[in-house]
Design a protein around this ligand. Structure first.
Ligand SMILES: [Zn+2]
Length: 532
């Protein structure tokens, strides 16, 4: 007797093979049969004719480390068919920490409104996550930035050899307790302080466990080639498998940057390097607004930073920064930069900075610094978005067989304590937009290949056991959607609208979306064991 049979859908098993009409039978959270199934023996039969039946989507790069603790429902993800996500990216994770007070300083998208357990170590953090009702499965990487802070606090230095050894020891402990990989964010503080010699000992730990080193490289515009070779050198020296996160070059990179980057990767592969990468399926980029501040301005934490931002000479020095994180700011393309999230400035969210500057009667750059000041304590949840990527670069990436597709966002819910949060412009619709815009409307890749990029490619790369394909014996993480109607509904002014076109979602065999509506069931769990 099966629990559920999905009857007569177009099965795309995630392997990249062409779809075919068939059934999927589920029992005890596991896929029991795929193909033609005798429907007499099931508690529930769901007619899915005319719909695509795919493995649930795997988002291998998110920042939901704290949002899932605050509210585990992950509605933004479940509504678009995501069943597993991987947190702890770009060097940022919620653990390990030296003190309970430190949690708020390392946790991305932290909010005081969330009542949460307290932790020190990574295993304790995973326990806290597991104690929440999770809408999706979660795999967690440990971030270099958090490890650095655990050893050196806010000190503006990369660490002496004995301190780096202590960082590596912590990474080892985290992996032993269930961290699925190691990440760095070399464009952010404190990752910006680290050279390969500081990262290699930590990457060696990842290599020992056969887990990924995922990196947000140092630069993806003028010095893109240095940023990517640094990542490859670090991986080569340590023996770690490399995942280059959101590889697409940013505004300010030369036109050939994407092609050149792929050539560099090809050359490294000829010498046995294990390298893959992923992209965000959107031409709008997003980040913390505070990332525009040079590192001298950020030293000593938020309180010091706020004091510095008041002083006129400091502001002029910040504005004169020749190499800010976003060159689109230096180019003053204010029309192509919008405020995406703010606490004290909610009324202007969705406006571009040309408008904001005009409204306030000041230079848009001063408006940026004023807004950061006004946000104060909440500065680190203040986000902006810019038109920084080119579709031609994205298309080229998407055509590479090893390219995965990611959200780079946070799992949130538009009611409850996270209702005012936002991760990115595509947060509520990255997978939907990928299948809508790149696969269906523009035909950059086939449906089977597109689905592979958000199912079996990430599953294999991450070492997820028995996930990412529709096969007997695999976990029943499944998304059933209408290919003609799948769509992202998020816009800059209204970024919190759920995607549409997803009919049914099963997470570990539990029906989380049914007939286009979310059920109260949260079937996700923390994943702590991976293929060695
Ligand atoms: Zn990143």
């Amino acid at each position: 007797m099966f629990d559920v049979i999905l009857k007569g859908g177009e099965i795309n098993d995630g392997s990249g093979a062409d779809g075919y009409t068939g059934d999927v039978a589920i029992k005890g959270g596991i896929i029991a049969e795929v193909g033609e199934v005798d429907a007499t023996y099931a508690s529930q039969i769901i007619d899915v004719s005319g719909l695509v039946v795919s493995p649930g989507f795997i988002d291998m790069h998110t920042h939901s480390d704290f949002t899932l603790i605050a509210d585990g429902r992950a509605e933004s993800q479940v509504h678009q068919g995501v069943t597993t996500e991987v947190i702890g990216q770009c060097g940022v994770s919620c653990a390990p920490v030296c003190s309970h007070e430190a949690i708020r300083t390392v946790a991305p998208w932290y909010t005081d409104k969330a009542k949460h357990a307290h932790w020190h170590g990574f295993g304790e953090y995973l326990d806290a996550l597991d104690a929440t009702d999770l809408g999706v499965n979660v795999m967690a990487f440990v971030g270099h930035g958090t490890i650095h802070r655990a050893v050196l606090g806010d000190e503006l230095r990369a660490g002496e050899p004995d301190e780096v050894n202590e960082m590596a020891r912590l990474v080892d402990q985290c992996m032993d307790e269930g961290a699925g990989g190691f990440s760095s964010g070399l464009e952010y503080f404190p990752g910006i302080l680290a050279a390969p010699e500081h990262l290699v000992p930590m990457c060696e730990v990842a290599a020992k466990y056969n887990r990924l080193y995922a990196t947000h490289v140092r630069n993806r515009d003028t010095h893109y080639d240095l940023g990517f070779t640094e990542a490859m050198a670090t991986a080569r020296q340590s023996g770690a498998k490399l995942q280059i996160s959101h590889i697409q070059p940013k505004f300010g990179a030369p036109g050939h940057a994407m092609e050149h980057t792929l050539e560099m990767i090809d050359v490294a592969r000829n010498h046995d390097a294990d390298i893959a990468f992923d992209v965000i399926p959107h031409d709008w980029n997003h980040t913390l607004m505070a990332a525009i501040l040079p590192k001298w301005a950020q030293a000593g934490g938020i309180d010091e930073l706020l004091k510095r931002l008041i002083i006129p000479e400091n502001r002029e020095k910040i504005k004169a920064n020749p190499q800010p994180m976003w060159l689109i700011v230096k180019a003053r393309k204010w029309k192509d930069i919008v405020l995406l999230n703010a606490t004290e400035n909610k009324d202007i969210v969705g406006m571009d900075f040309e408008e904001i500057g005009r409204m306030r009667g000041i230079d848009p750059y001063d408006a940026v610094l004023d807004i950061l000041l006004e946000e104060g304590e909440n500065m680190m949840s203040c986000m902006w978005s810019s038109k920084s990527f080119r579709d031609s670069d994205l298309d080229l990436c998407l055509q590479q067989p090893e390219c995965a597709v990611i959200s780079d966002t946070v799992a949130i819910t538009n009611d409850g304590i996270l209702k005012d949060h936002i991760g990115s412009l595509s947060g509520y619709g990255w997978a939907a937009r990928f299948l809508q815009y790149y696969v269906r409307d523009r035909n950059v890749l086939s449906l089977a290949e597109g689905l592979r990029k958000i199912t079996s490619i990430p599953a294999k790369r991450l070492g997820l056991k028995k996930r990412g394909e529709l096969k007997p014996g695999f976990h029943a993480d499944i998304c059933v959607f209408d290919q003609a109607n799948i769509a992202s509904n998020a816009t800059a002014r209204d970024p919190r609208r759920y995607a549409s076109g997803v009919a049914h979602v099963l997470v570990n065999g539990k029906l989380s979306m049914h007939n286009g509506k979310r059920t109260p069931v949260n079937g996700g769990q923390v994943l702590r064991e991976f293929a060695a």
